[in-house]
Design a protein around this ligand. Sequence first.
Ligand code: SAH
Ligand code: SF4
Length: 344
Amino acid sequence: MLKNQHAVKGMRWSKQELVEALAAENGRDIFKKADLLREAVCGDEVHRRGLIEFSNYCARNCHYCGLRRDNSKLTRYRMSEDEIVESAQNAKKLGYRTVVLQSGEDGGFTTDALCRTVEKIKQKTNLAITLSVGEKTKNEFRRLKSTGSDRYLMRFETSNRGLYERLRPGASLDTRLENLKVLRELGYQVGSGCMIGLPGQTLEDLADDLLLMEKMDLDMVGVGPFIPHPETPLKNSPRGDLKLTLKFVALVRLVTRNTHIPATTALGSIHPFGRQMALERGANVLMPNVTPEKYRKFYEIYPNKICITEKPSDCAGCVGSMIHSLGRKIAKGYGHSLKQRREA
Ligand code: SAH
Ligand code: SF4
């Protein structure tokens, strides 16, 4: 439910203003504004989404990602349907109301299998289900929607077409955006986002990313710093900057206003208080990991990822304390889109 309808309508940002805000030495002004706006539109509640990383097989070869097809050093795993359902049941026991099923683009885990898994989770838990399994055909998306999945996350990664197509061989930005449009038409709550600090990315590109997010009228926006992985072509590129990422998170709030914004694991992986800082600068969601311990270290999208030795219950304790230490509250509802006002 929207706490303050007025807060949702705000000033429009021009590209120049966004570039200046991103370039500013000091982000304090936008940090404060983003925190106030978060409070007005989301309140003090922080939503927890239990993340199940169910397969690290991927048919794609994204230059930034450790799961890319050509990374032959990675031990691949694919959880069984039953294991995924059990992890979702565990998420429910830990008090979460949503699970996010994420994987590489794994042809070995068919859409039929995913549909069955979604159905079983719905039957057994009634949790909200978010999918983050990459690009599919319209027909596949439709089938997945009809099984009861509620939300879909698919970042556009960068709005710079040249950069996108260089970093994602064989993929096109238009196709990605078309996929996102289809997901919206099918009635999904849609999340997208980008990485900060990709090699060759400029502040103008980041301003364009923000304007694209505004135009897409997203329900959820996830952003994190790019972190170079040693087994990828970008191994020698510098990682995304903490402060720039935090300024970007604040601007996501100020530009998109009533969206759900996670304090991402990537931010927590480049600074011990990265997620806390994001929660104080516009974010209102955490994504505790509920993947079984034995698989975690293999879902190595980037190195030095946090929580790879923890159990699901450790992560539950950790995010709970984090929320309370900031004087915030654990959300009790499903945390559906703030735009559709479907909060249960
Ligand atoms: N295969 C799906 C979902 C898994 S990847 C997809 O690509 O949509 C989830 C996200 O991890 C990607 O959207 C990307 O933004 C992020 N990611 C990949 N490699 C990364 C890296 N090296 N540093 C930071 N984030 C990365
Ligand atoms: Fe595969 Fe997603 Fe990684 Fe690209 S970002 S290689 S699609 S898991």
